[in-house]
Design a protein around this ligand. Structure first.
Ligand SMILES: [Zn+2]
Length: 299
């Protein structure tokens, strides 16, 4: 379900492409299960519910969508593996419930190009026909990707091949819709990006700032709240784990100074929170929470 928050005079909506099931070991890396299962209970297959959130920002540069979820182009086997219903327009449906159509989006920003972030960027012309042409899902939008990310996605290696799918961005390039950007950007009044290498070489977080308030959309720089509390907890997915730790330290300090509203993209329980002083250092005081297992329809 979508959540609307305001940051000064700016309205932001946290929308979701649903929940997928993922191996808990992927998100908690070297952390022993006996520790992370106290944060999220896995099922008998060691799967945990993982949210696929995006941020929709009403800005003076138009409607900005940060990330696009899994989208609808996966095969039956993948849908089964993820525990998701195919082709149900989850993200688009949430946007419509807020009164926004795909045509209304002016800018799509990719935090990075992994399949669970870029999958919804394109769609088949005929939703039920994988042989039909691929089109931009948001037909009037400029799509922005970092140059280094696009290079990594275009020339994947053995480790990254399973998550970079050219059908998510090549149709955008062919339609002249993909803009390659470099470094930190200002997208609109009060909306900027910050590259924070770690998960990938040029992954970016998004700041929304107005009237002395701020929101930090962390993306995969820090995808569960506990990852911000415990800097050493780094997902197995991260390509440069030591950089992830330093990036989280930096973001945590910045969010602390600004009392930022934190938005967690993949956390199956914590949607938003703010840092407060805890017994063991900065702790996330939750604001919006969900029961991921209940949302996923299990448990
Ligand atoms: Zn992700």
């Amino acid at each position: 379900m979508p959540y609307t928050v305001t940051v000064g005079s700016l309205r932001c909506h946290i929308v979701s492409d649903g929940l997928q099931l993922s191996d808990g070991g992927g998100f908690f890396g070297l952390v022993p299960r006996i520790l992370w299962e106290q944060v999220i209970r896995p099922d008998e297959r060691n799967l945990i519910p993982v949210a696929l959130r995006s941020l929709l920002i009403e800005s003076d540069a138009g409607l900005i969508l940060v990330d696009t979820g899994q989208g609808d182009k996966l095969g039956e086997k993948e849908w089964r593996r993820l525990g998701m219903e195919p082709r149900t327009e989850r993200l688009i449906g949430e946007m419509r419930s807020l009164g926004f159509a795909p045509e209304d989006v002016d800018v799509v920003l990719f935090t990075h190009l992994h399949g669970d972030h870029a999958g919804g960027a394109t769609r088949w012309q005929n939703q039920d026909d994988p042989a039909s042409p691929l089109l931009p899902t948001f037909p009037n939008a400029r799509y922005l990707a970092q140059r280094i990310e696009l290079a990594a996605a275009s020339f994947p290696n053995e480790r990254t091949r399973g998550t970079y799918f050219p059908q998510n961005w090549q149709p955008l390039q062919a339609a002249g819709r993909l803009e390659v950007v470099e470094g930190d950007l200002r997208l609109a009044r009060g909306v900027r990006t910050q590259t924070v290498p770690g998960h990938t070489a040029s992954i970016q977080a998004v700041w929304v700032e107005d009237g002395g308030e701020s929101l930090l959309f962390l993306g995969d720089t820090c995808n569960w709240a506990v990852h911000l509390e415990r800097l050493a907890w780094v997902p197995a997915f991260d390509i440069y784990p030591m950089q992830s730790i330093e990036g989280k330290r930096r973001l945590r300090g910045q969010a602390w100074e600004r009392n930022s509203l934190l938005v967690f993209q993949h956390d199956g329980q914590v949607v938003t929170g703010r840092l407060v002083e805890g017994a063991r250092g900065p702790t996330v005081q939750t604001e919006i929470v969900e029961d991921g297992w209940a949302v996923a329809g299990e448990g």
